[in-house]
Every structure is written in structure tokens, then in C-alpha cells.
Design a protein around this ligand. Sequence first.
Ligand SMILES: Nc1nc(=O)c2c([nH]1)NC[C@@H]1CN(c3ccc(C(=O)N[C@@H](CCC(=O)O)C(=O)O)cc3)C=[N+]21
Ligand SMILES: [Mg+2]
Length: 292
Amino acid sequence: MVAKLLDGKELSKEIRNKLEQRVKILKEKGIIPKLVVILVGEDEASKVYVRNKHRAAEKVGIKTIDIKFPKNITEKELLLHIKKYNEDNSVHGILVQLPLPKQISEEKITCAIEPEKDVDGFHPVNIGHLFMNNPHSLPCTPHGIMQFFEKYKLPIAGKNVVIVGRSNIVGRPMAAMMLNNDATVTVTHSKTKNLSEFTRQADILIAAVGRASFIKKEDVKPGAVVIDVGMNRNGEGKLVGDVEQKGVAEVASYLTPVPGGVGPMTIAMLMEQTVKFAERSVQIVNRKVSNS
Ligand SMILES: Nc1nc(=O)c2c([nH]1)NC[C@@H]1CN(c3ccc(C(=O)N[C@@H](CCC(=O)O)C(=O)O)cc3)C=[N+]21
Ligand SMILES: [Mg+2]
């Protein structure tokens, strides 16, 4: 079997084009979707993300405001800035790039963002809604992965889904989304014994460990759908996934490439969430008008 590659560049473009239309309608009502992106310090991966986001937003018609702080900013000061954007009615989405420097608690910052403006879907309230199968805001990377299943009509209900990695950003919310779609979900991690025995049971295998080429051909059940979330830089500075792509492509039925797979979908979902929040702000204004 030779895997069909799931093209995230193409699918994200399709999604962006639809968003462009929604933004046009918003603009006719005088609303410009606005996303504030806060970057602290100099993280390389974050810089790539910020650059790509900017480009996508421009195409869709979303206004992004990039705010950069030096890496020695205090937690207190960062919290004050978040408060300011929480209260600014022209801002629909706020995203603080992770990871943050050591003196700043990621949990505190995540909790400080107004859940209604939490485009990352990382606030505990939003995570809670997701786990109760009533999502309000969805983490962009797993949400982007779900779009592949929808687009290519890949069945999820009753399938064995094995997730490698339990991060708050990918593994855990991915588990919730798959469970919400009636999959049987297993979450594995660094303490899992005989990992390969689990991965070889997977109809759908999701690799989000952050280790280059960690999943090999022999870890994959023939015909499985394999999603590669990894973004590792190799010695030459090239981007490589968590999946040994060449070998796994020989056994999987579907595979997401790196780059050009999950990455562009993450950005497309961030754009979608921002537009959704902007649309909701119109509804809120309409409600207020009709009540008065
Ligand atoms: N609060 C927060 N939310 C995040 O979602 C978040 C974050 N912080 N911190 C950093 C990571 C990383 N991340 C990326 C998403 C897309 C690409 C991306 O566009 N990748 C492309 C191109 C990569 C390239 O050009 O090198 C691809 O895979 O094809 C990269 C990185 C989001 N993250
Ligand atoms: Mg920290």
C-alpha cells in the first residue's frame, strides 16, 4: 500500500477562501475581525508560527496585532496587557505564544485570557466544555486534524485511536475530540510500556511526541491513518515530523506530510476561530439593540 498524502496546504487554502467570504459580510456590517498575538522573547518555532499566521490573516482579511515583549517582562506586567485586550471591544481574539519564559506561569496567563476571546481554546473553561462534548472554542491543532477526517470522509466512530503524547496543546484535547466522535481512544506517553504494541493496534495513529522520526513503519498497522503532528528541526535545520515518513508511507492508507500537513491546518483553524468570535460579537450587539 502507498499512503495517500493529506495535503494541509490545499485544504487550508479551501478553508481560507470560505473565511474570506464571511469576513466580507462582517466588513459590510462595519466589523473587522481583530486578533492580538503576544510573543514574549525569541522562541524560533514561535517566530515561524507568527510569520505564517500573519500571512494567512492578511489573505483572509483579519487584522492581526503583533505585540512583542522582551523575555524579562514580569508576569504582573503581562497580565496587565492581557486585561487591557480583554476589555477592548474591538479585539475578538487573544493568543499568547507558548512556551513562555520561566518567570511566567503559563497556567496563570492561560487563565487570564477571557474565555470568549480565547482563540487557542486553552482556558480551563473551554477545555471543560470540550470534554463535556459542548465545545465553545477548540484548540487549533487537534481541530485542524479533525478537518482532514471530515474532508476525506474518514470514519472515526468505533475506530481504535491511539495518541502518542499527552500535551495540553495536542494530546489531551485530541483525545476529547476523538471521543466526542465515538472513537475508542488510548493516550500513550513517555511512561507507556511496550508502546509499539499500542500503536500497532491503531486504526488512527496520532503522533505528537516532539521526537524526530520516532514512529517507524513497524509501529504502524497496515492501512492505518497516520497523523504526524511533529515539527522537529534536524541537523540541517530542515523540518521533520515525529513519523519516519518514507517507511510509514509504505504501510499507511493516509498520512499527513511535514511540512504541509497539520501546520497549515493549525493556522486555518486559528483564523476560523477569530472570524467566529467576530461574528458572535455582532450577534451580541444585535441582542443588546433589540432588548433596548
Ligand atoms: N499559544 C500557542 N498556540 C499555538 O498553536 C502554538 C504556540 N502557542 N506556540 C508554538 C506552536 C507551534 N505552532 C505552529 C503552527 C503552525 C506552523 C506552521 O505553519 N507550519 C508549516 C510551515 C513550517 C515552516 O515553514 O517551517 C507546516 O508545517 O507546513 C508552525 C508552528 C503553533 N503553536
Ligand atoms: Mg514558564
